[in-house]
Each structure stands twice: as structure tokens, then as C-alpha cells.
Design a protein around this ligand. Structure first.
Ligand code: WQD
Length: 339
């Protein structure tokens, strides 16, 4: 069965491609290479020992997208990662974000109707919850007003999918709401490679450790948390990738379920910024240069996932520890700077 992975050479897309191939699926990767590199395709082949098809394609280009689906028949399901994801950039360039993230989704949903492709897994985010009233956050928590155009595209996308699934009977969708994906494949051949100065904590840590950045700035130690720094649910990207395989399996094989489902993907445990730093130092036997500064605008204090729904209905549970995630992130950073 052929699965199209949009954004397939990106961070989560490439790890998902590996897990799909390992599970026996045929994989077609589509990516515009705006934030990734075609070499990733070869690395996916090296890791899995399997063939994978790749095409450079921008799904927000309506004509190119339509041609793509004319040329690639026999797709059973789509995992849609292709999107812009920098929160700060989305505030500066909202139209770019709405166009990239929403038009691509519309083009893909159109193609699904035209070519009778029934299943889509959508890459959503825990940002849809904002700072929830109760922790851990369950799927029943309401969406909060998005605090960036990026977050808003994830909320609107879920609404577009929900309405489409209601209107078009054959369409089935699962939205996966990621908490904080970190780490890299254990081979260290694929991982996260942000363009420019990283926004996210773990790439900033690894780039500081390798000497690309002078120091890590810790944003705030006056939160109402045990050590004063903010708390997130950091999940290993390979665990996250496996959840996508479970979502595909579920849509294809299980009949009695809602046509649109959504699941939190996290570990169920929160870690503070200081805990992440200390763990990174311990597992990799090094010292990190860091300094505490004020809070970052728009950050929530603490959030972690209730994962019961994913455990029970998707049959998925995160297996890998924070230690493993931070050790793999460091191995990957060293590999990518050595070539
Ligand atoms: C984690 C913690 C920071 C950098 C964001 C997006 C979300 C998702 C993932 C996807 C926070 C602190 C960070 C640094 C720090 N998007 N921090 N120094 O903000 O939870 O989520 O990324 O693609 O939509 O909002 O993740 O990794 O940026 O921050 O102290 O240099 O680390 O303040 O508490 P966040 P993050």
C-alpha cells in the first residue's frame, strides 16, 4: 500500500518515512525542499535498506499539486506534514503562513476527492490548547485563542478537515497533536536541521554544545513550577513517527470509529528547561554554557499531555526516554557538523 508523505524530507516526515518502510508500507515522499535537503532520501534508504520514491513539489501551488496527483495514482493514504512552522516568522509574515499551510491542505483535500483517496493523517500541534485550565491536557480541552498565525493555521486546518469529513462521506482523517518533538533516529543519519538561529530548545542546546552558539538563554526562572523554569512534554521523534504508522493502520483496518479523530502525542510527563539542560549534560558528559534571562513573549508556563486516548485507541505509547532523546540529538548534531 502506497502512502504519500508530504514534507517527507523534513524532520518528522523523514522519521515517519523510516517507520512506514519498516512496517512494510510503500512510501512516496513529496517536499519543496524549502527547509530540508534531498540527501535525506538516500539516508532513509540507507537506514531501511528499502526503496523510496521522492518528488520535489510545492503542495501550495495548486496547478503543481493537481499535476502531481494526476501522475501518482494508487495512493492509499496521505500523511500531511508539509507546512511552515516557525512561530516568530509567522507573526512577521502571516500571509505566507496562511497560504503555505492552508492552501496546501485545500489542494490535498481536493485531490483526495478527485482521486478517491480516503485517508489523511494531519500534523497538528499542542499549541491548539494554549495554556490549558487543567493538566495534563486531554483531547477534550477546548482550543484557546491562538497566539500566533502559525498556531492559528493548525486550528483552522483541523476545522477544515472536520467540515470536509462531515460533508464528504468517503473521507477519513486523524489529527495528531504533537507536544514537543525532539531527538533523532538512533542511526544519527537523520534529525532536525533548522535553518538559521534555532527557535526551539533542543536544537539551541546542541548548537551551543558544538560551539555554533555562544550560550543558551533560558527564558524565565520565575514561573510557578518546582524549579521556576517552564515545563513541556518532550517526545522522541521516533516514538512520534511510530504513532503515524498506528494512525494509518487504524484508518485502514478498523471500521467502527469516528470519521475524524484526534490524539495527543506526548509522553505524559513534563520536564522543565533546567531538567532538560541537566539531563543533556549528564547523558552526554559535557557542560553547557547557559544564562537565565526574562520570559519569552507568548510562552505558556506548563503543559503536558494526557496520553490515555492515544494509548487505548491508537494502541500507541511513547517508549523512549528523555535521556535517549537527548543523547540521540547530540549524536545527530555531531554527525551533521562532521560532513
Ligand atoms: C521549549 C521551552 C522556552 C529556547 C514551540 C511551538 C510549537 C511547536 C514546537 C512546531 C520553553 C524554552 C527555548 C531557548 C529556552 N511548533 N527555551 N531557550 O515553545 O514549547 O513550542 O515549538 O513546530 O508550536 O510553539 O518549544 O522548544 O521553543 O521551547 O529557554 O533558546 O524552552 O521558553 O519554555 P515551545 P520550544
Amino acid at each position: 500500500m502506497k502512502i504519500l508523505v508530504t514534507g517527507g524530507t523534513g524532520y518528522i516526515g523523514s522519521h515517519t518515512a523510516v517507520e512506514l518502510l519498516n512496517a512494510g508500507y510503500e512510501v512516496l515522499l513529496g517536499d519543496n525542499l524549502s527547509n530540508s535537503n534531498e540527501e535525506v532520501v538516500q539516508r532513509i534508504k540507507t537506514i531501511t535498506g528499502k526503496q523510496v520514491q521522492f518528488e520535489k513539489i510545492d503542495f501550495s501551488d495548486t496547478e503543481a499539486s493537481s499535476n502531481f496527483f494526476e501522475h501518482h495514482q494508487g495512493i492509499t493514504a496521505i500523511i500531511h506534514f508539509a507546512a511552515s512552522k516557525a512561530v516568530g516568522e509567522s507573526v512577521e509574515q502571516p500571509l505566507l503562513y496562511y497560504r503555505n499551510n492552508l492552501v496546501s491542505l485545500l489542494n490535498i483535500l481536493d485531490a483526495m476527492r478527485k482521486h478517491a483517496i480516503k485517508y489523511i493523517v494531519f500534523s497538528s500541534s499542542a499549541t491548539v490548547y494554549g495554556q490549558p485550565d487543567e493538566l495534563p491536557v486531554t483531547e477534550k480541552s477546548p482550543f484557546q485563542q491562538a497566539n500566533s498565525p502559525y498556531g492559528n493555521t493548525k486550528q483552522i486546518s483541523e476545522e477544515i478537515i472536520q467540515d470536509s469529513v462531515k460533508a464528504y462521506e468517503q473521507l477519513h482523517a486523524i489529527a495528531l497533536r504533537y507536544f514537543n518533538p525532539i531527538g533523532a533516529h538512533h542511526s544519527a543519519l537523520i534529525g532536525e536541521l533548522p535553518l538559521g538561529v534555532p527557535n526551539n530548545l533542543v536544537p539551541f542546546i546542541t548548537q551551543t554544545a558544538i560551539g555554533l552558539r555562544k550560550e543558551l538563554l533560558v527564558f524565565g526562572e520565575d514561573y510557578n513550577t518546582p524549579d521556576g523554569s517552564a515545563i513541556r512534554d518532550y517526545i522522541h521523534v521516533s516514538d512520534l513517527a511510530q504513532a503515524h504508522v498506528k494512525a494509518i493502520d487504524r484508518m485502514i483496518h478498523i471500521e467502527n470509529r469516528e470519521a475524524f479523530e484526534y490524539f495527543n502525542l506526548g509522553t505524559g510527563t513534563g520536564s522543565s528547561v533546567f531538567e532538560v539542560i541537566n539531563t543533556f549534560e549528564r547523558v552526554n558528559q559535557l557542560k553547557l554554557n547557559y544564562r537565565v534571562v526574562g520570559r519569552r513573549a507568548g510562552d505558556v508556563e506548563q503543559v503536558w499531555a494526557d496520553t490515555h486516548k492515544a494509548n487505548e485507541e491508537l494502541g500507541w505509547k511513547a517508549q523512549l526516554s528523555l535521556d535517549e532523546a537527548l543523547s540521540s540529538a547530540w549524536k545527530w548534531e555531531q554527525f551533521i557538523r562532521s560532513i
